[in-house]
Design a protein around this ligand. Structure first.
Ligand SMILES: O=C([O-])CC(=O)C(=O)O
Ligand SMILES: [Mg+2]
Length: 609
């Protein structure tokens, strides 16, 4: 039975609200059951209780849900508690005999599952175990993830999710999101209505063409929206039922997949041009029609040529952002701002060299220029001159301007052409080197040593994902700079030692930003994403790096604190939305951090009476 099917009619809800006094409302917000335990609805046994408050609507109108009983309840991942059903719940919900006698606590269940997950040697086995848990017992899944975020993030997210996408065909069991293919053209609105949840707040959509640094994985890219949205809930506090993963399947140019008899997607070359953009247009308008203008659409892992165009096309009419262009930019900017405490000076005093001039590279470059321009009052065109990009053909310079894609043109400065990254490092003498090429091991020993020869503390960011695509490893960066580098990567690396000293690499992954950014948009009822909100998100993240972290050479706060960090990011983003007149949730809460914290989904079990 789907969750929406067991939502009781609105009339019942209204009747109940009339009966409710303020104390029962308060208890309801706290997740307690508020109805006479003996009451039944529609002839079946029903429980009615409040959902987590995660939106303005729920503050005023708590959802009322009846829970199925018996075997169906155990099969419903949204309400199942497994052995944690109490004796009373087992009686009132016809569960006697369906469970062994022992009654567990959620804490004990977490302990048991962590033991079981740790017993697997292979990360993909852990991933499958986590996905099985998500399909079996959603609250336990999120409790596990939240309580063990540093250990489990690399499993449900980068890098393991990359491998999961490569093998998604054989992992696929049950739908975790919506597949919208060219076959659904003209029917996308109907397809959206097939999803069991109605009140969607965040959609992560991919077309699978550039999954991490792994290339075109077609419809198998679904693992990415699923993983990103798990983080929206675990790290950002958006209710799971308000999240919708979507894969737009327009075919794949990956011949291996096309030749694979078990490939699960549309077996054709990618649609392009008008056919592609018409489908995307139908999708975007169906989303707005079905969910309203406050639903957030996060574009994820589109190839460069479409990513920029889709963002430019929809950012003025829909609530959208591109995680790879803007989320990554915001997280990197936060790290750069934080690093100034270690490096000294302001951003404008630094010179930046990028290896890779796609979505991430140009997105970060532009946000740095915007921040420099905002802080120093110099025009953004001037600020861009401190930033240089190298692509597959060498340093981007003005003599190449005519043949450049439009997103590279702002970075074509006056300089003689240089064909290698090493030559560019030697000539430009950057203080910051940022890898966004999607190609592993491109920060060679020569390149890193050249950075160390120019700078006392070279800042090196190897951002390409997953781990195999990192431009250099943490250990290489510390070893080749004799322990002087400040290093961050997109995928996680373990702490390492050099000359008896321990180093903690930072993870400059957009996972720090998008859950808090999205949550800030949701709680303020924002209707557009503005660049200033990205700057606000960066500032909030940088402000969470404390002296104790700087003392260890860190430029990002520990992920263990991510929910507190997300609440600060959400509050700063929401504040900006109000300031820009883009927020629709009125009146503006006075303490936005407290408000954000109070709206966050918590995975603790609720009692069913
Ligand atoms: O998913 C990640 O880990 C970061 C990201 O957006 C990408 O690499 O495309
Ligand atoms: Mg991405």
């Amino acid at each position: 039975m789907s969750r929406s099917q067991i939502l009781r009619p609105i009339k019942l809800l209204k009747r109940m609200q009339q009966k409710m006094d303020s104390s029962s409302l308060k208890r309801m917000k706290d997740g307690e059951s508020i109805i006479d335990p003996k009451s039944t609805v529609g002839g079946g046994v029903a429980d009615v209780y409040g959902e987590d408050r995660a939106t303005e609507d729920q503050l005023v109108t708590p959802w009322t849900v009846s829970v199925a009983s018996g075997y169906t309840l155990l099969r419903d991942p949204h309400h199942n508690k497994g052995l944690a059903f109490t004796e009373r719940e087992r009686d009132s919900h016809y569960l006697r005999g369906l469970l062994p006698t022992a009654v567990s606590t959620q804490e004990l269940q977490v302990k048991k599952l962590m033991q079981s997950i740790r017993s697997y040697d292979i990360p993909l086995q852990k991933y499958v175990a986590m996905m099985d848990l998500q399909e079996r017992n959603e609250r336990l899944f999120y409790k596990l993830l939240i309580d063990n975020v540093e250990e489990l993030l690399p499993i449900v997210y980068t890098p393991t999710v990359g491998e999961a996408c490569q093998k998604y065909g054989s992992i696929f069991k049950r739908p975790q999101g919506l597949y919208i293919s060219l076959k659904e053209k003209g029917k996308i609105l109907e397809v959206l209505k097939n999803w069991p949840e109605r009140s969607i707040q965040v959609i992560v959509a991919t077309d699978g063409e550039r999954i991490l640094g792994l290339g075109d994985l077609g419809c198998q890219g679904m693992g990415i929206p699923v993983g990103k949205l798990a983080l929206y809930t675990a790290l950002g506090g958006v209710r799971p039922s308000a999240c919708l993963p979507i894969t737009i399947d327009v075919g794949t140019n990956n011949q291996k997949l096309l030749d694979d008899e078990f490939y699960i997607g549309l077996r054709q070359k990618r649609a392009t041009g008008k056919e592609y953009y018409d489908l995307l247009e139908e999708f975007m308008s169906a989303v707005k029609q079905n969910y309203g203008e406050k639903v957030l659409v996060q574009f994820e892992d589109f190839a460069n040529h479409n990513a920029f165009e889709l963002l430019a096309k929809y950012r003025t009419t829909h609530l959208v952002f591109n995680d790879d262009i803007q989320g990554t930019a915001s997280v990197v900017l936060a790290g750069l701002v934080a690093s100034l405490k270690l490096l000294g000076g302001s951003l404008a005093d630094h010179t930046f060299l990028f290896f890779g001039a796609g979505e991430a590279g140009t997105g970060i470059a532009e946000l740095i220029a915007l921040e420099i321009s905002t802080k120093t009052n110099i025009p953004v065109e001037e600020a861009r001159k401190k930033i240089w990009l190298v692509d597959s053909k060498g340093l981007i310079v003005s003599s190449r301007k005519e043949s450049l894609q439009h997103f590279k043109k702002p970075w074509a400065h006056e300089h003689e052409p240089l064909s290698t990254l090493l030559d560019a490092v030697k000539a430009i003498k950057p203080s910051v080197l940022i890898g966004t090429s999607g190609v592993g091991q491109t920060f060679t020993k020569d390149v890193v040593e050249a950075m160390a020869a120019i700078n006392e503390r070279p800042l090196i960011m190897a951002l390409s994902n997953p781990t195999s695509q990192a431009e250099c490893t943490a250990e290489q960066a510390y070893t080749w700079t004799e322990g002087r580098a400040i290093y961050s990567s997109g995928s996680p690396f373990d702490p390492c030692e050099y000359n008896g000293k321990s180093f903690i690499p930072g993870q400059a992954n957009n996972a720090y930003i998008f859950p808090g950014l999205g949550f800030g948009l949701v709680i303020s009822g924002a209707i557009r994403v503005h660049d200033e909100m990205l700057l606000a998100a960066s500032e909030a993240l940088a402000s969470q790096v404390m002296q104790e972290h700087y003392d260890k050479g860190m430029i990002y706060p520990p992920l263990a604190n991510i929910r507190k960090i997300s609440a600060h990011i959400a509050a700063n983003v929401a504040a900006k939305a109000y300031e820009l007149g883009l927020a629709t949730r009125l009146p503006r809460p006075t303490d936005l951090v407290k408000y954000a914290e109070s709206c966050m989904y918590t995975p603790n079990y609720r009692s069913y009476r």
